[in-house]
Design a protein around this ligand. Structure first.
Ligand code: NDP
Length: 244
């Protein structure tokens, strides 16, 4: 399925590495004008070197005021991918208030904020749009040491649904993708132990983790006109993990 995003403007958060970087590049290669948002300048430098049409924005999306300032001049956006997140793993009894606050700030509050900024513009222009939130299979399935991360993604799923409800009348669709493990930097931090990886993989009917491209394809589908009537969906990209 070929999709073209020619004439569209997209914003991707967490575009410096992993899934976000690949999504930004895929959108640019499919014709979109892409704004790439992340917090490490070196990642943006290499991204722009790889694809010169990408506009870099360096900001920590957990910083409300800095994000407001950084995004005020990015212009109209038709497609938004809320991908930036952190995963700080700790046993439940050792979770600290800082870890809780940082995780919710990036994984939930920043999604709300960036979406507000972008969706206000979409509403004002009456042009509609599509937003994809990058959640996780663990929004719906408990995983050891993931108490806070699981909770942020569960909150994100409900945020997706309420956004779909309230933004739908403005022809703004909001959906999420919920991947299984992907061996990005984040994936490697959590799943490099072969025993742990084997146990997780044995619960995935397709018998493998997801590739970055598997997730990007689902994001592009939900951003595109091919999913015009799909709104408020929580889409597993998990090889069947959540079905079992
Ligand atoms: P990576 O850690 O590889 O990349 C995350 C990117 O987001 C980095 O560029 C990072 O920048 C950026 N980022 C993080 N926090 C902020 C912030 N506060 N402000 C701006 N940018 C930020 O993660 P993945 O690509 O693996 O994950 C992408 C998404 O997929 C996340 O939402 C994650 O929860 C989800 N996911 C990942 C899975 C996996 O196994 N990898 C499984 C299921 C879901 P920097 O490096 O500078 O911090």
């Amino acid at each position: 399925m070929e999709v073209s995003f020619a004439g569209k403007r997209a914003l991707v958060t967490g575009a410096g590495k992993g899934i976000g970087r690949a999504t930004a590049l895929a959108l640019a290669h499919s014709g979109a004008k892409v704004v790439a948002v992340t917090r490490t300048q070196a990642d943006l430098n290499s991204l722009v070197q790889e694809c010169t049409s990408i506009t870099p924005v360096c900001v920590d999306v957990a910083d409300w005021e800095a994000t407001e300032a950084a995004l005020q001049d990015v212009g109209p956006i038709d497609l938004l991918v809320n991908n930036a997140a952190i995963a700080k793993l700790q046993p439940f009894l050792e979770v600290t208030p800082d870890q809780f606050d940082q995780s919710f700030s990036v994984n939930v509050k920043a999604v709300l904020h960036v979406s507000q900024i972008v969706a206000r513009g979409m509403k004002a222009r009456g042009s509609g749009g599509s937003i994809v939130n990058v959640s996780s299979q663990v929004s719906q399935s408990a995983v050891r040491d993931h108490a806070v991360y699981c909770a942020t993604k569960a909150a994100l799923d409900m945020l997706t649904k309420v956004m779909a409800l309230e933004l739908g009348p403005h022809q703004i669709r909001v959906n999420s993708v919920n991947p299984t493990v992907v061996m990005t930097d984040m994936g490697r931090r959590g799943w490099s132990d072969p025993e742990k990886a084997k146990a997780m993989m044995s619960r995935i009917p397709l018998g493998r983790f997801a590739e970055v491209e598997d997730v990007v394809s689902s994001i592009l589908f939900l951003l595109s006109d091919k999913s015009n009537m799909t709104n408020g969906v929580i889409l597993p990209v998990d090889g069947g993990f959540l079905a079992c």
